[in-house]
Design a protein around this ligand. Structure first.
Ligand code: FES
Length: 100
């Protein structure tokens, strides 16, 4: 199901936006002109991820430091051992949409 989550001008380069769809917490990032959407729940201990430090395409969980790739949700470092969900983003005109 494709859902509109924001207008393009609502998320500036290097910024992030948190939101929820059907109770699922998600986070949208804009990096190098592209948008990436991930689950805003760490696979280690369910902490929120989106407030963590971002370095390029890597987001670090603010609780215990596990790192994930924004592009596909794969885990990059302990203590997490599983990736997180990542959702394909498509820009349609002025709208940012995800497939969820
Ligand atoms: S809750 Fe994210 S690393 Fe522990």
């Amino acid at each position: 199901m494709r859902v509109t989550i924001a207008k393009r001008d609502e998320v500036a380069e290097g910024q992030r936006m948190m939101f929820a769809i059907d109770g699922k917490k998600l986070a949208l990032f804009k990096v190098q002109g592209e948008y990436y959407c991930i689950a805003d729940t760490c696979s280690h201990d369910d902490g929120p991820l989106a407030d963590g430090k971002r370095d390029g395409y890597t987001i670090a969980c603010p609780r215990h430091g596990a790192k994930f790739d924004l592009r596909d949700g794969r885990v990059l470092s302990f203590p997490a051992v599983r990736g997180i969900d990542a959702y394909p983003v498509e820009v349609v005109g002025d709208e940012i949409t995800i497939d969820i």
